[in-house]
Design a protein around this ligand. Structure first.
Ligand code: AMP
Length: 588
């Protein structure tokens, strides 16, 4: 396939923010694509070369790209920098530069998607002292044969600035339409994606083998599974109502979720957002294999910081000390953990995900041996409110956040939030009291002491039905100087020129961010709002919900993906909860 077809398609996608149009462009592109390169096209659409969990990074800096453009065009770097400054977009600048060049030279040959992809993959694989020169050589040789439009997109992919605003759901809609004839079949594709976390593999399978291939999709060792998530409930009564007569209660520990894939001595660890995290947990990699009594296994656990003297669980923040590149050995000794297993998804070459909870727990206890470091998460079978309350008491006393309640008969539902798992935190029993995890969508430049950083942030919920991020508040309190610095460092590189179409906001921020960061806030109240967009129309027509007096708690939830942020439903439930509480207070 010619790369020009893909760049023209990208060009059209960049010009719209409408999901239906984007889907239509994707369908047209997929229908034109040869099956052996469809997975590559799907990765490239998302600005990637491989699925996230493989951690393949292009890592090309602006300076290097400028040198490559200069080498290919013969135009001095100074002029390219000047062009770059004008638009703030190096991809665009390169197309302007090459436009000047193509007026005087002939293009040598058409470039193909395969060639661009292979070259980018080679660049990603380069390291070491001579890699800079090699990268420049590869990039400039591509640019030599590229049209200005192609150059624009090659550079955007290289620099990590290709942002077409296409969500995974949109890609799956388009795949279903193109290869199965109906959007309805998205569900099956979603399942395949949930167990593989690899949209390229899903695309290739549906293109070559249709739905039949998708139905045979299986969990694979060292290929992460998208985690199952829990709905929240506010009271023991509500939990009993939803769970029925007998169910499991587990401690809800406040640590980091870890998915462990183990075969012999080989250990791969994935975070909740499916990044590789072995480097933060060398102790898990070293110690856990000896606890495993199976050929191979996939497990889920909560890694929790502990007080070695008392055995008490410590809050999540303690683990953050391990998120560093250097001196990790010291951090491991200084901030010890235990690994608390709560699920098993695969064992001895077979999936266990479709087994019910009771059987999975049985297998977990059979195939994992406990010791000081590796524990089973404390669990008790409960039948009524009193039993939940008793177990909650134990859990809070041990330093955990509350309980996870799990239906005994249900399988593991990868990638979905549902009522088979419920979380009951202690604070939910009172009105708002609870914190919210919100997505940072925009920023406002700071003044005075906050100059040069963001003085306030615009936050959104996650609308999981429409895959959008509607605004819910602007927050400017609760930030220490240190956290302002840290947040600026994280967010500055995520500034985008074109607002992501998934951001829904009437409030104009000074800058818009790629929605990637989740922070925790508390607030005094949830109110109806004419400005903010979360849960618009849900309570009253044309009104959204907003947080009153929001305050940052100091917690940057780096372990959370934006899709794990608080949803509109959760905010609606909190809004209704506070109404009910006020009503009851008035009656007393
Ligand atoms: P939340 O982050 O509030 O949505 O809660 C879900 C998270 O709780 C999971 O992603 C896990 O990291 C964590 N967790 C703690 N204890 C458990 C447990 N017993 N079962 C499942 N998840 C748990």
């Amino acid at each position: 396939m010619k790369f020009s077809i893909l760049s023209e398609s990208f060009n059209k996608m960049e010009s719209t923010t409408k999901r239906t149009e984007l889907t239509q462009f994707l369908v047209e592109l997929f229908e034109e694509t040869r099956h052996d390169i469809i997975s590559k096209i799907v990765y490239l659409i998302q600005g990637k070369l491989r699925p996230d969990f493989e951690g393949v990074e292009l890592g090309v800096a602006d300076r290097l790209a400028i040198r490559a453009i200069s080498k290919s065009s013969g135009i001095p770097t100074k002029n390219i920098q000047e062009e770059y400054r004008k638009s703030g977009d190096l991809g665009h600048a390169s197309s302007v530069i090459l436009e000047q060049k193509t007026q005087t030279t002939f293009l040598a040959q058409d470039i193909t998607v395969q060639r661009v992809y292979d070259t980018l993959l080679k660049i990603a694989g380069l390291g070491g002292s001579r890699s800079q020169d090699m990268k420049i050589k590869y990039i400039s040789s591509l640019l030599n044969d590229a049209t200005p439009l192609e150059a624009r997109f090659i550079l955007k992919i290289l620099l990590g600035t290709l942002r077409l605003g296409i969500a995974e759901n949109t890609v799956m809609d388009a795949l279903a339409i193109a290869f199965t004839g109906s959007k309805e079949n998205r569900k099956q594709l979603q399942y395949a994606y949930n167990v593989s976390s690899d949209l390229g593999r899903v695309a290739e399978t549906v293109a070559t083998k249709g739905l039949e291939g998708i139905e045979k999709f299986e969990i694979k060792l060292f290929n992460p599974i998208r985690p199952m998530l829990a709905d929240r409930v506010k009271s023991e009564d509500e939990a009993v109502e939803k769970m029925g007569s007998e169910f499991a209660a587990e401690y809800k520990l406040d640590g980091e979720r870890v998915q462990l894939h183990i075969e012999g001595e080989k250990v791969v660890l994935f975070s909740r957002s499916l990044e590789r995290i072995e480097s933060y947990y060398p102790d898990i990699v070293e110690k856990i294999p000896k606890n495993i009594q199976a050929e191979n296994i996939i497990l889920e656990a909560e890694a929790v910081a502990v007080n070695e003297d008392t055995g008490e669980f410590l809050p999540f923040q303690e683990l953050m000390h391990r998120r560093r590149k250097y001196k990790i050995k010291e951090a491991v000794t200084k901030y010890p953990i235990t690994v608390n297993f709560f699920d098993i998804l695969y064992c001895n070459d077979k999936s266990c995900a479709e087994l019910d909870y009771a059987k999975r727990r049985e297998r977990l206890e059979k195939f994992v041996k406990e010791d000081e470091f590796a524990r089973y998460i404390p669990m008790s079978i409960v039948r009524n409110k009193n039993e939940i309350e008793d177990f909650m008491e134990n859990s809070i006393n041990a330093g955990s956040e509350g309980l996870m309640l799990k239906s005994l008969e249900k399988p593991y539902q990868a990638g979905s939030r549902g009522s088979h798992w419920l979380k009951l935190k202690r604070e939910y029993r009172n009105e708002l009291g609870d914190s919210l995890d919100l997505v940072v969508i925009g920023g406002f430049f700071g003044k005075g002491r906050r100059k040069g950083r963001y003085g306030a942030l615009l936050l959104g919920t996650y609308d999981d039905e429409n895959d959008t991020f509607p605004s819910i508040c602007k927050v400017g309190t609760g930030f220490s100087d240190e956290s302002l610095d840290q947040i600026y460092q994280i967010l500055h590189p995520k500034v985008v020129i074109k607002r992501d179409p998934r951001i829904i906001s009437e409030m104009e921020a000074d800058v818009w961010f790629e929605p990637e960061l989740v922070i925790e806030v508390v607030a005094s109240e949830i109110t109806l709002s004419p400005i903010h967009k979360a849960a618009t129309d849900a309570i009253r027509k044309d009104a959204g919900l907003a947080l009153r007096f929001p305050k940052f708690t100091g917690k940057v939830r780096v372990e959370k993906a934006v899709e794990d942020a608080s949803t509109n439903e959760e905010v609606i439930a909190l809004y209704r909860g506070q109404k009910k509480a006020a009503h009851e207070r008035n009656r007393m």
